[in-house]
Unconditional design. Structure first.
Length: 304
């Protein structure tokens, strides 16, 4: 293959960092507090007041009144929080349409009264990541300590950080974020396949290839985004097998990945990913010999 042809093959194999899987936008909460919860609260309030009235004690009735007022305050705060969260999610869902929509959503979120809230910061970081600004997204996420994000959001924050660090080739930082995730959180089962594949890549690139391969074997592909996650699993397997000195299997995984989508091999040859030189060389050889690259070169030659 000529030098010019090799260059074209490499160019064809470049992959846009935005094509990597990213966590879904937060799931919108219910429109209001569930009816069942309202019933439980109502029964408790009635029982408390029935007891207070039955005691004929002014002090007990005052205490019941204070507790009722506190409960009302908590409920009002919860409903306002739900409304703000739904508004943020709505902006995120509308921002997927185009870069212009993302910039508009970023501007609205940045100018909001709760611009410094963890939910708002995470939403803006997602938009920056989608706009191919991993540095900006990481800086924004780091403006709030992980422990200050809501517990239900912390795994999502760590997952996004891991992806962004891997995109920048900062594998050590990616490993730190990956190790903070609880992959067996029963409340986050829907994101486990993606999260496990990302964690496996971080492990495979930082000295834990056996653990990475074992983790990949536990992944069950979901119906949603199955193809995208399957590609990420193959990418993680390449890194893990290469790190385990399994050069033959690593090459086979690269070929299989190229068969699925040759552009995915760009993850192994582009400088921003900081891949081991030997693995870069292996990926280039697969690209140069792959039929898809040859067809592209042939088509380009005919056009000239």
């Amino acid at each position: 293959m000529t030098k010019e042809a090799k260059t074209e093959a490499k160019t064809e194999a470049k992959t846009d960092a935005q094509s990597e899987a990213t966590p879904d936008a937060p799931t919108p909460p219910a429109a209001a507090i569930p009816r069942k919860t309202w019933i439980i609260i109502g029964v408790i309030v009635v029982a408390v007041w029935a007891f207070a009235i039955n005691t004929h004690s002014t002090i007990v009735q005052i205490v019941a009144g204070v507790l009722t007022a506190l409960l009302a305050g908590v409920l009002l705060w919860a409903m306002r929080t739900i409304r703000r969260h739904r508004s943020t999610v709505s902006l995120l869902q509308g921002a997927v349409a185009s870069p212009e929509a993302r910039r508009e959503a970023l501007a609205k979120l940045s100018e909001g009264k709760d611009a410094r809230s963890p939910t708002n910061v995470f939403a803006r970081a997602q938009l920056l990541a989608a706009d191919d600004d991993p540095q900006g997204a990481l800086k924004l996420l780091g403006s709030i300590e992980l422990r200050n994000y809501p517990p239900a959001m912390q795994d999502d924050v760590s997952l996004l950080q891991t992806q962004l660090y891997l995109r920048l080739g900062r594998t050590g930082d990616a490993r730190k974020s990956a190790d903070l995730m609880n992959l067996d959180n029963p409340q986050r089962k829907e994101i486990r396949p993606l999260a496990a594949s990302i964690v496996a890549e971080a492990w495979g690139r930082t000295g834990k290839p056996k653990e990475a391969l074992a983790l990949l074997d536990t992944i069950e592909l979901p119906k949603k985004d199955a193809e995208q996650i399957a590609l990420q699993i193959r990418v993680a397997r390449v890194f893990a097998r290469f790190a385990a000195n399994q050069r033959g299997p690593a090459r086979a995984e690269l070929v299989a990945l190229a068969d699925d989508d040759i552009n995915q091999l760009g993850r192994f040859i582009q400088p921003q990913f900081r891949v081991h030189p030997e693995l870069q060389k292996l990926a280039r050889s697969v690209i140069e010999q792959h039929p898809a690259a040859r067809r592209h070169i042939k088509a380009q030659t005919k056009r000239r």
